[in-house]
Unconditional design. Structure first.
Lengths: 165, 181
C-alpha cells in the first residue's frame, strides 16, 4: 500500500466531509469518525468515487463510561483494487440509538445490521427486516451491552471461583 | 462357539428354555439399541471415533445409526446445545417412540461446560430427562462406550411396566412433555 494512495483518499474525504475526524492507528490503518447524518453519503462517496466496493463488516461496541456516545457502530470497508482498508466509526447516545441503514448501498449490510441490532439494540432506520438473527426470538435484552451479567442465570452447578471470577 | 450375549436366567430342559418376558425383551432391547447422534461439536468427533473401526460401537449392537428420531431408542447428545437449539432437541426427543433413553456426552451437554453464558443451555437436563451422563471435555471413546454400556444395563433391567407408571408420567410432566396416558 503506497502512502500516496492513502493521502489521496484522506484528502478527498477531508475536502468533501470536513466534519470527519481522520486518524491512523498503530497498525497503520485509517480510522474515520463521522456523524450519523453523513455516514451514508460518506460510504456512497467511498463506494462510487474511491473504489471501496466491499463492505467487510458492520459491528457495534458499547462504551458505557463515555457520556453521550455510549454506543458505536463500526464499519470496515475495503478497496479491492488498491488493497486499502478503512475503519469508519459513528458514535451514538443511549437516548437516541438510531442510524440510517446501509442496505441500499450494500445489500450485504442486511444481516450485519440485524446482528448489530440483535446484540446491541441499535436501530437501523429504513432496514427492510430488522429482527434478531442469532439469538432466540423471545430474548428480551441485547446481551453484548455491558449492563448485563455474562453468566447465565439458569446455571445451577457452577462456582464463580472455577471461572476466575 | 462365540457367546454373543449371556443367556438370561431361566429354566432349561431338553428342547426348551423358559424365561420371563422382562428378561427376554430386555435382552433384545439392550443389544440392539439404535442411536440417534445429536452431535454439535468436538464430542461428536469423539463419537465418530467411537463408531469407527478402532472402538467399534457395533460390538454392542449399536452400529445402526438412524437419523430419524422415530426409529431410535437412544438419543446421544454430544456437544454444546445453545438455547436456540433447545426447542429443536426437545422436539427430537418428543418424536422418539417409547422406550427411549438419553445419553448426555461431554461437559457441555451435561452442564453447559465452560460456556457459562447467555446463549448456552446450562445442561440438556433442563429440557429433557437424561439417563446417563458421560463427563469429559471431550470424553474419550472408552468413556462413551462405558456410557452406552450403562444404558444397556438400564435397558436390560428395566421393568416392562416402568414407562406406564405414575412416577414416570410425573417425571415427563415435570419437563412439560406431553404424555400418552
Amino acid at each position: 500500500m503506497e502512502n500516496s494512495t492513502i493521502q489521496d483518499i484522506t484528502s478527498s474525504i477531508e475536502s468533501k466531509f470536513p466534519n470527519c475526524v481522520i486518524t491512523t492507528d498503530s497498525y497503520g490503518m485509517s480510522n474515520i469518525v463521522c456523524s450519523r447524518e453523513s455516514i451514508i453519503d460518506l460510504v456512497g462517496h467511498l463506494k462510487h468515487d474511491l473504489g471501496f466496493g466491499f463492505l467487510t463488516d458492520i459491528c457495534g461496541a458499547h462504551y458505557p463510561l463515555s457520556e453521550n456516545q455510549e454506543f458505536q457502530v463500526v464499519y470496515h470497508i475495503h478497496n479491492l483494487y488498491k488493497n486499502v482498508r478503512l475503519r469508519l466509526k459513528v458514535n451514538l447516545a443511549t437516548a437516541d440509538l438510531a442510524i440510517p441503514t446501509m442496505v441500499n448501498l450494500f445489500p450485504a449490510a442486511n444481516w450485519m445490521e440485524r446482528e448489530t441490532f440483535d446484540f446491541y439494540g441499535i436501530i437501523f432506520e429504513g432496514h427492510p427486516d430488522l429482527r434478531r438473527i442469532l439469538n432466540m426470538e423471545d430474548m428480551d435484552y441485547h446481551p453484548l451491552r455491558k449492563e448485563y451479567a455474562l453468566e447465565d442465570e439458569t446455571r445451577s452447578d457452577k462456582k464463580d471461583s472455577f471461572f476466575g471470577r | 462357539m462365540v457367546n454373543i450375549v449371556e443367556q438370561p436366567e431361566g429354566h432349561e430342559g431338553q428342547g426348551f428354555f423358559a424365561t420371563s418376558m422382562d428378561k427376554a425383551i430386555g435382552l433384545a432391547r439392550a443389544n440392539s439399541l439404535w442411536p440417534l447422534p445429536f452431535a454439535t461439536s468436538c464430542c461428536g468427533i469423539e463419537f465418530m471415533a467411537t463408531m469407527s473401526a478402532n472402538y467399534d460401537l457395533a460390538r454392542f449392537g449399536s452400529e445402526r445409526l438412524s437419523f430419524t428420531p422415530r426409529q431410535c431408542d437412544l438419543l446421544m447428545v454430544m456437544g454444546t446445545i445453545s438455547k436456540k437449539l433447545g426447542p429443536v432437541l426437545k422436539q427430537v426427543y418428543d418424536q422418539m417412540a417409547e422406550p427411549k433413553w438419553v445419553l448426555s456426552v461431554g461437559a457441555c451437554a451435561c452442564t453447559g461446560g465452560i460456556f457459562d453464558t447467555y446463549s448456552v443451555l446450562q445442561g440438556i437436563d433442563k429440557i429433557i430427562p437424561v439417563d446417563v451422563y458421560v463427563p469429559g471435555c471431550p470424553p474419550r471413546p472408552e468413556q462413551i462406550i462405558e456410557g452406552l454400556m450403562k444404558i444397556q444395563e438400564l435397558a436390560k433391567n428395566e421393568s416392562l411396566r416402568r414407562r406406564n407408571s405414575d412416577e414416570y408420567q410425573k417425571m415427563l410432566e415435570s419437563y412439560n412433555i406431553e404424555t400418552t396416558k
